[in-house]
Every structure is written in structure tokens, then in C-alpha cells.
Design a protein around this ligand. Structure first.
Ligand code: IPE
Ligand code: IPE
Ligand code: MG
Length: 231
């Protein structure tokens, strides 16, 4: 077994198409995606990954129809109401990145209490990206440095990002067939290994993730250097 990435980030794309192919409403795809998300994050922690960051909702997604957004918000409510106990019991600390001021008040309250209740978790960290946008996060961080009148270094800038407390992603997986980042972790992913799957997220199994981890283990991460001689 090869090296396990410390931080895995996942762009969970394809819920809507998964549902549409089955003649179901897009909301059914999001519900199936939510179930898969819970099981998949548990799988990653079992494999020894320390930080799992999941792109659940982009800031740009907030311009989707009211119908779709209200289905998504209902699922977030359900998620926080039903899963925080489990996270707490399994020693997983919850983090949320994104502009939560764009979310309904009650969801913000659920997020705050989820973070508070799991803050002693030491086994791993589950970071949900909700109402998240990397460009927006970068501009916010830059503005806060400007206000403080500080000159930045890579390290101090990284620390100002909403992901500042986490190591950068080692492996970034996108399901759903598209090969783009869609405004996810743009600064942090500078040297992430990228893995794309054509499977829609609700159909992306633990075995599919095992293949992504296997692929990761075979990569040669050079960080701009020359490949190390193998003896
Ligand atoms: C990803 O699935 C989940 C969210 C963006 C909320 P999509 O809803 O983008 O599904 P597709 O890409 O339309 O199939
Ligand atoms: C990216 O998927 C956002 C999430 C998975 C939460 P999108 O479906 O919004 O991305 P685009 O629009 O295809 O780039
Ligand atoms: Mg999509």
C-alpha cells in the first residue's frame, strides 16, 4: 500500500445529472449525494486521511433556482441535525469554509453549534465548503491584510485564508466528468494532485475513491524539483 494523502479535497459534482438520468428531480440527486458524502468521508478517515474537504455549495451555486436552493438548504439542516453526534463520537472535528452570512440564519446557527460540539475531535477534520468561492476568499484575505497595513508572505497569506488552519490539499478529486476547478481552493491547490472521475457523485463508490488513492500513491510529486533518483 502506497502513501496516503494527508488532505483530500473533493468537488462533489454530478448530483443533478445523476437524478435527471433516472427521471428524478434534481433534489433527489442532492439527497443521494448527501448520503454518499457521509459514507465517503467516513471511508477516507478509515483510510487514514487527516483532513477531508468537501465542496458542497459554491457561492455561484447560490444563483440557482429557489426550488433547488431550498432543497439543498433542507438537506444541510438534516445533515447538521443528524450527523454532528456521529462526528463527535468518532473524534472528527467539523470545519466550515465559505461565506456563511449568505446562508439562512438557522443553518448558520447549526454550523456554529456543530463546530463547537466537535472542537475536541482529534482523529480528523471534516471541512465543508458551503457558499464557498476561492476568489472571494482570496480577496477577503487580501482586504484584511490591507486593513491591517501588513505586507504579506506566502505563509501569512495562507493563514488568512479560510483554510488557514489546514494543510494544503494533497489530492483533489472531481466527480461528474468536468475537468475544471469551479472556484475551489485556487491558492491552496497549487501542488495538489488532480484526479477526475466521469462518475456522477452519487454513484462514486468507496472503491472508486480507493482507485483515486491508489493513483495518488503512484504519482511523483516533484514540487518543481528534478525527479529523485530511485535506487
Ligand atoms: C453538485 O451537483 C452539487 C452542487 C453543485 C450543489 P450539481 O448540482 O452541480 O449536479 P450537475 O452538475 O448539475 O449534474
Ligand atoms: C462545483 O460544481 C460546485 C460544487 C460541486 C459544489 P458546479 O456544478 O457548480 O460547477 P460548474 O458550474 O459545472 O463549473
Ligand atoms: Mg455541476
Amino acid at each position: 500500500m502506497g502513501e496516503i494523502p494527508r488532505h483530500v479535497a473533493v468537488i462533489m459534482d454530478g448530483n443533478g445529472r445523476w437524478a435527471q438520468k433516472r427521471l428524478l428531480p434534481r433534489s433527489a440527486g442532492h439527497a443521494a449525494g448527501m448520503k454518499r458524502m457521509i459514507a465517503l468521508s467516513e471511508y477516507l478517515f478509515r483510510r487514514g486521511v487527516e483532513v477531508v474537504t468537501l465542496y458542497a455549495l459554491s457561492q455561484e451555486n447560490l444563483s440557482r433556482s429557489e426550488e433547488e436552493l431550498s432543497a439543498l438548504f433542507a438537506l444541510f439542516r438534516q445533515y447538521f441535525a443528524g450527523n454532528v453526534d456521529r462526528l463527535q463520537e468518532s473524534g472528527i472535528r467539523l470545519g466550515v469554509i465559505g461565506d456563511v452570512t449568505l446562508l439562512p440564519e438557522d443553518i448558520r446557527t447549526l454550523i456554529e453549534s456543530g463546530k463547537e460540539r466537535t472542537k475536541e475531535g482529534r482523529r480528523g477534520t471534516l471541512v465543508l465548503a458551503i457558499a464557498y468561492g476561492a476568489r472571494q476568499d482570496i480577496v477577503r484575505a487580501a482586504n484584511s491584510a490591507l486593513k491591517a497595513g501588513k505586507e504579506l508572505t506566502e505563509e501569512s497569506f495562507s493563514a488568512l485564508l479560510s483554510t488557514g488552519a489546514y494543510p494544503p490539499p494533497d489530492l483533489l478529486v472531481r466527480t461528474g466528468g468536468e475537468k475544471r476547478l469551479s472556484n475551489f481552493l485556487l491558492f491552496e491547490s497549487a501542488y495538489a494532485e488532480l484526479y477526475f472521475s466521469d462518475k456522477m457523485f452519487p454513484a462514486f463508490t468507496d472503491e472508486d475513491m480507493a482507485r483515486a488513492l491508489e493513483d495518488y500513491a503512484s504519482r511523483d510529486r516533484r514540487f518543481g524539483r528534478v525527479r529523485a533518483e530511485k535506487d
